[in-house]
Design a protein around this ligand. Structure first.
Ligand SMILES: O=C(O)CCC(=O)C(=O)O
Ligand SMILES: [Fe+2]
Length: 335
């Protein structure tokens, strides 16, 4: 890899059927190497609409945002996992966001009532200027189907049954769709926002925890990924394209063969918007290690492990994200 160019594979969804084998190989190659890919030509995906949704919501006053703010910041509200989170002054992660999911059937007796992964998403009241809820719910389904299509390509590239990954997303995925606004730093950023190489971040280095991320980043700069040699390289904006990467969940299932690449966002000193779709299995979805053994019948033992309990342990007790530390446990730990 050159010193400041990142040659990411481009997956053209318009060729997902006509050139299926070629695209499948590219997906696998990208996930085995850089861990980041561009996704072109997603049918019906409206980037301008997503930008309008961000502006419509984030330009509103804080009193308005408080109506959907999480309980951690607004104790009047019940939502603890979905909804709005404000900028937290002093944190190196400088963003406000709105998160929602696809709601499940109300009072589903097969979902524990304390399972907040499935709490209903709160929606802000609309003023007629932009169809916020219906537009975003429609976009959720487009991205859900795109992610599944990409996983089918990955399965073909891995020479396993095409729908091998479908099952854990088919029923009640825990996917989070998040709109984000990064306001520029005001005054001196906190020390924790400075990197070893002397830059200022608005999102510190991390791997995603979920399964697969499809990121709409409009045409902003600032996104950097870390190469195997530890170098940080910017992902150039690519208009009309999504950036895809995978999270710890998928990488771990694949024994590290597919990479969850570390990335960060550098301060661009202007308002920045980004919209990640965090594609995530269902709470009970099997994300156990040695997935390839499950898919092929060959290899080291695969043990069934449920996504929900595993990920809660990661975000609450291992990564200790401050906004998740406060989330209650859902079930006693298994021994
Ligand atoms: O804003 C971006 O470009 C990336 C954000 C990101 O990495 C994340 O939210 O996990
Ligand atoms: Fe990320």
């Amino acid at each position: 890899m050159g010193s400041n160019a990142l040659d990411l594979p481009i997956i053209d969804m318009a060729k997902a059927y006509s050139n299926r084998e070629e695209m499948a190989k590219k997906v696998v190659h990208g996930l085995e190497n850089s861990g980041f890919l561009f996704i072109d030509n997603v049918d019906k995906l409206d980037y301008d609409g997503l930008y309008k949704a961000c502006k419509w919501f984030f330009d509103k006053p804080i009193e308005y945002k408080r109506t959907v703010m999480r309980n951690f910041w607004n104790p009047e509200n019940k939502n603890i996992y979905r909804g709005y989170f404000p900028v937290n002054e002093g944190e190196p992660s400088r963003k406000e966001g709105f998160e929602f999911a696809r709601d499940i059937k109300e009072n589903d007796p097969t979902v524990a009532s304390n399972n907040w992964f499935y709490e209903k998403s709160p929606w802000p009241e609309e003023d007629g200027a932009f169809p916020f809820k219906s537009f975003l719910q429609g976009t959720y389904e487009i991205l859900h189907n795109t992610a599944l299509e990409i996983l089918r390509l990955a399965a073909i590239g891995l020479k396993i049954e095409e729908n091998s990954f479908d099952e854990i997303f088919a029923y009640r995925p825990c996917t989070t769709f998040r709109l984000m606004h990064y306001p520029p730093w005001e005054g001196e950023p906190p020390k924790s926002a400075y990197t070893d190489d002397g830059k200022v971040v608005i999102t510190p280095a991390h791997t995603d925890t979920n399964f697969l991320t499809l990121l709409t980043r409009f045409n902003y700069g600032g996104l950097e990924v870390q190469t195997d040699s530890g170098e940080w390289i910017e992902v150039d904006p690519r208009p009309g394209s999504l950036v895809m990467n995978i999270g710890d969940t998928f990488s771990r299932m694949m024994g590290g063969r597919f990479k969850a690449t570390r990335h960060r966002v550098i301060d661009i000193q202007e308002d920045r918007y980004a919209v990640p779709f965090f594609f995530t299995p269902s709470y009970d979805g099997d994300i156990g290690i040695n997935f390839m053994t499950k898919a092929t019948g060959l290899g080291p033992e695969h043990k069934v492990e449920r996504y929900g309990p595993w990920v809660l342990d990661v975000i609450k007790y291992q990564k200790k994200y401050f906004e998740y530390r406060v989330l209650p446990d859902i079930e006693p730990k298994e021994h």
